[in-house]
Design a protein around this ligand. Structure first.
Ligand SMILES: O=C(O)CCC(=O)C(=O)O
Length: 300
């Protein structure tokens, strides 16, 4: 059922779609789910405006540098950045949208009644910008119960031409993280590429959606995105990652000497239910940063 959390104000003019049992079954079977019209156009507009404010440096410091002069147009400024990591750490708007009601509805059905979020990424991906090579998100954010889910909030129509997501339906079911290696394919940015999996390009499907859709995808699902080949414009999307609050999260520079079995990243935001580890407190660790690009030199 659609409900508000983190002070998210429901848009009373919008008919939020409910995530049904059939949707949850589809997600479990295929490893992804598209919910069209999940966001109202006012919500999409607010997130677009906030994207510009973040890139203009109006919400605070971003590591690896925002470089522009105040005379530049919004378009010139935002076109420069492929992706900003952790925007929710400096933006109230991005923070509130972590708990968008459709996200809460979907994740309390397919993950757990208790759901936490640990990261956000704001892709801008202007015309000409690269995509992300094949990967599984648990390569990067390892949960202990395979509960990781991406919530991909489309701020523009995402098409094959402008670099939508591509997924291999059902590929999450193996429960295996495939090997990864460095790729030098100019279609993709600095991320490594998965290989050795029993699928070919015939098995992938494009996930074309309208602005306002939310796409959910499992942390073991093989997915990628291609370059933005459109002549102009962007393919903006806010992607947040979530997991069950019952699992520890052995991620990102845990303290030296901590046994791996106790490592638990605590810069999290609860978006539903109760945090069983609330007694550990919350830490403020992540800082927003600009994603490195091949032009700027990858850090592998
Ligand atoms: O939106 C994209 O281009 C890629 C997103 C992605 O691969 C991810 O969030 O894991």
């Amino acid at each position: 059922m659609v409900q508000a959390a983190l002070g998210f104000d429901l848009d009373t003019k919008h008919a939020y779609p409910e995530v049904t049992q059939a949707d949850a079954d589809f997600y479990r079977e295929n490893g992804y789910l598209i919910v069209e019209n999940a966001m109202s156009m006012d919500e999409v507009e607010e997130l677009r405006r906030e994207t510009t404010a973040i890139c203009r440096g109006e919400r605070g410091e971003i590591r690896n540098g925002l470089k522009h002069s105040p005379e530049e147009t919004d378009e010139e400024i935002i076109s420069r950045y492929l992706c900003i990591h952790f925007p929710h750490k400096i933006s109230d708007v991005m923070y509130r949208h972590l708990a968008h009601p459709v996200i809460v509805d979907a994740l309390t059905q397919v993950v757990s009644p208790n759901v936490k979020c640990m990261q956000s990424m704001l892709f801008i991906k202007a015309a000409g910008k690269p995509g992300q090579a094949w990967h599984q998100d648990e390569d990067y954010i390892p949960t202990r119960d395979r509960s990781l889910v991406g919530g991909w909030m489309a701020l523009d129509d995402a098409t094959v031409e402008n670099g939508c997501l591509w997924v291999i339906p059902g590929s999450h079911k193996h429960g295996i993280l495939w090997p990864q290696g460095i790729q030098n394919d100019e279609r993709f940015d600095c991320t490594e590429e998965s290989y050795g999996f029993p699928y070919s390009v015939k098995d992938e499907i494009p996930v074309e959606v309208k602005a306002g859709a939310i796409v959910f995808f499992n942390g073991y699902l093989l997915h990628r995105s291609l370059q933005n080949r459109a002549k102009s414009g962007y393919r903006r999307v806010l992607v947040n990652h979530y997991m069950s609050a019952e699992s520890f999260l052995p991620w990102r520079g845990f303290k030296e000497g901590t046994p791996i079995g106790k490592a638990d990243y605590r810069d999290i935001v609860m978006i539903a239910g109760k945090d069983p580890f609330a007694y550990k407190g919350i830490e403020d660790l992540a800082r927003p940063s600009v994603r490195p690009t091949k032009q700027g030199g990858c850090v592998w």
